[in-house]
Design a protein around this ligand. Sequence first.
Ligand code: SF4
Length: 302
Amino acid sequence: MELDPDAIGLANPVDPASLDLEGEMREVGVPTPPPRLSPSGAGTFEQCPRRWRHRYVDRLPDPPGEAALAGSFAHRVLELLMQRHPDERTPDEAKKIARQEWPETEAQSDYAALEYDEEKSRHFRWKAWQAIEGLWKLEDPVTVDVAATERDLEVELAGVPFRGIVDRLEREGDGLVVTDYKSGKAPSPRYRRGRLDQVLLYAAAVEADSGEMPVRARLLYLGQRPVGIDVTRKELDVVTEKLATTWNGINTACETGEFEPRTGPLCGWCPYIDRCPEGAKEAEKRNRARAAEDAAMLEAAG
Ligand code: SF4
C-alpha cells in the first residue's frame, strides 16, 4: 500500500465512530473483531495491523494531540452553526457558538493533558477559529440546504457491520451530497483519490440506510479547497470491497493472533513506537537517510 506523506501529522478530528462504545464491553488484550468497523478503524488496520492491535485490542492510549482536538472543536462549532436557520449562519453567530462551546473542550482530559498556559491556549483557539472561518472561503453557508448534520449510520456494507458519522448531508439540485470537514492539509493531486474513500463509504452507508444514493461526496478542507468526487455504483463497489477485505484481514488477525508490523513513513509518528522494534528501526533508518540528504545538500550549497 502506498502511504500518503501528507497524512503525516494528521489534523483530522477525533472520530467518534472509532470510539467503539459497544466494544468497551470486549475484554482488553483479547483479539476480538469490533462490533462495527469505522473508516478510521479500517484506515488504522490498513496502515498497520500491529498499530490497530495496540489501539483497539490492547486499548493503549493514542492521545489526539493539539491539531485533532482543534479540529474536533471546529467541527462542533460548524455542526451547530449549520443547524441554525440559514440566515443566522454568519461569522458572528459562529463566534457566539465557539464562545459557548469552548468550556466543554477546555474541560476535556485530552485538552488538559496538553498543559497549556494562557498564551498557548489563546493560540489553540486562534487555530481552531482559522478552521471555522475557513468555511466562508469555500461556500456561503446561507445557501446550503442542510438535510442532516452528524448523521450516525450503522449499516451493513458488503457484509461488513459498518458505523460512520457523516458531518453533513445537503440537498443540491440533482440530489444528496455527502460533506466531511477537514482541518488538516489538503492532499496533493497524487493522493486525492485515496482520501475520498471515507466519504464514499459514507455515501454507501447513506444509500444502505435511506435507499437514496448521494450524487456527490466531498471533503471540505477548511480555508483551502474542496476535494470531491461524483458518486457512481462502480466507486461504491470499489470502496465497499476494500472495506470487506480489511474486515476479513481483521478477523483473520484476531483468529491467529498475528498482527504484522507494517513499517513506513508514519512509524515516526506512531504512539506505540516504543513497543515496536521494527517501527523503531524504520524510523531510525529514515532519520539517518534524512540527515544524509541534508548533509549532501549543505555540501552542494557550500
Ligand atoms: S511503529 Fe510502525 S510498524 Fe510499529 S506499530 Fe507503529 S506504525 Fe506499526
